[in-house]
Design a binder for this molecule. Structure first.
Ligand code: URA
Length: 233
């Protein structure tokens, strides 16, 4: 249930004060009945809300992919550092987008944002096991023993137990790492625990999505089909 005035604002009908006037002047109906109370509680799933007879759809669900450059922290605001929110274009700043999970300040690559709270929680839940693929440049060279240790599930220095992960050596000092969870500094800590400290890290894939040719620092909107695939539908 949500407030009628908020629902109309989210639908793009106008600002909160404009919407209140529209409601007071009898232009809004709920299931065909005029509603003049801006604070009336509505259920958009089951009720039909119209403005001047036109059905309103509520907030548009948005999922945005950013190719994050190094130097930005994943936070909605910060006193010291530049945040990833600064990379969103002006017209998306008002959409109440939140980052899905986190990339470290130095890490580059695929970072999603959404205004859909349910989707956000589903995507960051380790139960959902959305695989995330990273390209790492690091000290040393990964061996079969390292691959096996990742597959078994590493225990980090502080006792943190990681789920089974995939390590694919690409050559001297280069590996691909696939993890299904998002613990703090996870890939860096996993690699460091095998004496291969990471020098460069880029997330290239998340679930069905890959960075493709999206330029660094740029965004694109996901299509509804991509969003549904991400949700496993
Ligand atoms: N693992 C890390 O160590 N850093 C990231 O930014 C993402 C995964």
């Amino acid at each position: 249930m949500e407030r009628l005035d908020k629902f109309l604002c989210d639908s793009g009908a106008g600002t909160r004060s404009q919407v209140k006037i529209m409601i007071k002047s009898g232009r809004v109906t709920i299931d065909g009945r005029t509603e003049k109370d801006a604070g009336a509680k509505i259920d958009p799933q089951t009720q039909k809300i119209c403005l001047d007879g036109e059905p309103m759809t509520g907030a548009q669900r948005l999922v945005v992919m950013l190719n994050k450059p190094a130097g930005y922290i994943t936070a909605t605001e910060d006193k010291q550092d530049k945040t990833v929110m600064e990379l969103l274009p002006e017209e998306l700043r008002k959409a109440e987008l939140k980052p899905v999970g986190r990339l470290d300040k130095a890490t580059e690559g695929l970072l999603l944002f959404t205004n859909d709270g349910d989707l956000l929680h589903r995507l960051i839940s380790p139960k959902k096991e959305v695989p995330k693929v990273y390209y790492a440049q690091h000290a040393g060279t990964a061996t079969q023993e390292d691959v096996d240790a990742f597959a078994k599930g590493l225990t980090l220095g502080d006792g943190t137990v990681c789920l089974s992960a995939k390590l694919e050596p690409l050559g001297p000092g280069e590996s691909r790492v696939t993890v299904c969870e998002g613990k703090y500094h996870q890939v860096r800590r996993m690699m460091a625990s095998r004496e291969m400290p990471v020098e460069y890290l880029e997330r290239r894939e998340e679930g069905n999505l890959c960075l493709g040719d999206l330029p660094r620092g740029k965004i694109r909107l996901l299509t509804e089909a991509e969003i549904q695939a991400l949700e496993g539908k």
